[in-house]
Write a protein that binds this ligand. Structure first.
Ligand SMILES: [Zn+2]
Length: 243
């Protein structure tokens, strides 16, 4: 076994309050493309007439919900995606009482599908959708089984995915819970994120311990702060350190 993997395995066995902070790279191994890499949505999706960042903005949703849903249904929802080894091993680590929280930038719900209980979804979830008029919640199937702009069965209002769009702020309670968990953690594992985009990097700053683990295929601006740095696939690493 690789020396860094052995080191990580030992550190995990010595820790009792682990927090995992994850990004798109956690889900790419489940077949969900990320945004900014070469194979990512921002580079591969070009036929919608507007840049993805614009379509996924609050003002665009309000002005042009039909076009938003065209894009959203075809590029943001992966209904058949299954949790991969990273999701499954993290759920196991929580069951063992070692992992206390997952903070994720992903909106796919795969951590919960793998069995994880304490998951702070910074950017919301495709599995929650709500009526903008009366607040009634709807499951993902309401979006996938409808055409055009989905409407509330109760009041006819427009249904919006509970995902954070550009121009929208993050949920304060989720931010606070995430920060609290990271501050208390004896070990912070950051995985599958390039840490280039706000607010990812700012969360890592709240960690005060000496076991900051960075697992990412490519380099990140935080590499030099890591107590242990592993440039590899996150699923593979977790599979090797957790039986
Ligand atoms: Zn309604």
């Amino acid at each position: 076994m690789d020396e860094n993997i052995l080191k990580l395995k030992k550190l995990v066995s010595e820790s009792s309050n682990i927090v995992f902070f994850g990004g798109a790279g956690v889900s790419t191994e489940s077949g969900i493309p990320d945004f900014r890499s070469e194979q990512g949505i921002y580079n591969t999706v070009k036929n919608f007439g507007y840049p993805p960042e614009q379509i996924l903005s609050h003002s665009f949703f309000m002005k042009n919900p039909e076009k938003f849903y065209d894009f959203y249904r075809s590029t943001m929802i992966y209904e058949n995606a299954k949790p991969n080894l990273a999701h499954l091993r993290l759920a196991k680590l929580e069951k063992q009482g070692k992992l206390k929280a997952i903070v994720t930038q992903n909106i796919d719900g795969l951590h919960q599908l793998a069995g994880s209980k304490t998951v702070y979804e910074l950017h919301g979830s495709i599995h929650r959708n709500y009526c903008m008029k009366c607040g009634k919640f709807y499951p993902l199937s309401t979006i996938t089984e409808s055409k055009g702009v989905p409407q509330c069965k109760e009041c006819g209002g427009t249904i919006k995915p509970d995902v954070v769009l550009y121009e929208e702020g993050l949920d304060e309670e989720i931010i606070n819970n995430s920060i609290k968990a990271i501050k208390k953690a004896d070990m912070l594992i950051v995985g599958g994120t390039s840490l280039n985009v706000y607010p990812a990097a700012s969360f890592v700053n709240y960690y005060d311990g000496n076991k900051l683990i960075l697992i990412n295929k490519s380099k990140t601006p935080y590499d030099r702060y890591a107590d242990l740095l592993i440039h590899d696939s996150i699923g593979k690493v977790f599979n090797e350190i957790i039986e």
